[in-house]
Design a protein around this ligand. Structure first.
Ligand code: MLT
Ligand code: MN
Ligand code: ZN
Length: 304
């Protein structure tokens, strides 16, 4: 299985256009050992030709331009993207559907009913796209059963519901529904290798932990280092968990959880621009290094 990290940042990217936080400022000034990052998305393939896009970020155009394997090869219009899976309906994960409107066929979109509803009401992308390429919606099972995608026959996808947060425009913002956010295990049938992907993960429920244990590689929520990171940065007073993101540090945090797992390669993704791990010389990054936890970057390629 081939995995390409198209975008490794959380909403806003790194640096964020209007952000003058410790990280964004130092990156702009060239005073920090760090890489700029675009917003959260990965592409997965078995053969390197047929790709499934996980999320469509507002930066998708730049991301595809940086990735020759997914670009047009034959005919006047072409793409290596066979289908798109959305893990939630957040702006950073869904807006890129608009940038794909030139498709000559309806986009094959796999998402939960909750996400489809958000994208038809509070953030009506799917209504707008009816005037362009349109989409073909495919429902996804949340009960453990997997699903297949045509032309990507060697991969099977097992989504499950997560405790995270629906976006502010969702009818479910204060009324969580199954499928507002999902995690997905992607299995390559020929090799048996498994990736677990969950860029927005507020709580490690038992089904989540079981999937993490079985995976060969994890790409999981790396948004915040601290529970009070946004407050300390002077940005807002929302704690990480209230935003649907388990912080890395502290009791019950992501590092503690990952330390209990022997098997998988452990990689953080969806990193917010305030997170000190973006600074490759930081103490926090050294803590991750010693725990054998990696930090994904745009263009990272993983082979399982
Ligand atoms: C989140 O996952 O909480 C988002 O990145 C928020 C956003 O995109 O504004
Ligand atoms: Mn996000
Ligand atoms: Zn910032």
């Amino acid at each position: 299985m081939k995995i390409r990290v198209l975008g490794s940042a959380a909403g806003g990217g790194f640096p964020q256009w209007n952000c003058n936080c410790h990280n964004c400022r130092r990156l702009r000034l060239g005073e920090m050992r760090a890489q700029a990052r675009t917003q959260s998305s990965i592409a997965v393939s078995s053969d390197g030709d047929h790709w499934v896009l996980f999320n469509a970020s507002p930066d998708v155009r730049t991301q595809l331009q940086a990735f020759p394997a997914i670009q047009p090869r034959q005919g006047v219009r072409d793409t290596g993207i066979e289908a798109i899976i959305l893990i939630d309906s957040q702006i950073d994960h869904a807006t890129g559907l608009l940038m794909l409107r030139e498709s000559t066929v309806p986009l094959d979109l796999y998402c939960s009913d909750a996400v489809r509803q958000d994208l038809s009401t509070g953030f009506p992308l799917l209504e707008i796209l009816k005037h362009y390429c349109g989409i073909r919606h495919h429902g996804i099972p949340l009960n453990g059963g997997g699903f297949a995608i045509p032309n990507v026959d060697d991969l099977r996808f097992y989504p499950h519901s997560l405790k995270s947060k629906a976006p502010p425009y969702s009818p479910h913002r204060h009324d969580p529904h199954d499928g507002d956010n999902i995690g997905v295990t992607i299995e390559q049938l020929s090799s048996g290798s498994k990736l677990y992907y969950a860029p927005g993960l507020g709580e490690i429920e038992s089904h989540v932990y079981a999937s993490m244990r079985e995976a060969d590689c994890l790409l999981v929520d790396g948004t915040f280092w601290r529970e009070d990171e946004m407050e300390r940065a002077g940005i807002c007073d929302k704690p990480a968990r209230a935003m649907g993101h388990l912080p890395q540090s502290g009791a019950g945090g992501m590092i503690e959880v990952l330390n209990t797992l022997d098997r998988p390669r452990k990689i953080l993704i969806h990193i917010n621009n305030t997170n000190p791990i973006l600074d490759e010389n930081s103490d926090e990054r050294a803590i991750l290094d010693s725990a054998h936890i990696e930090v994904s970057h745009d263009g990272m390629e993983i082979c399982l």
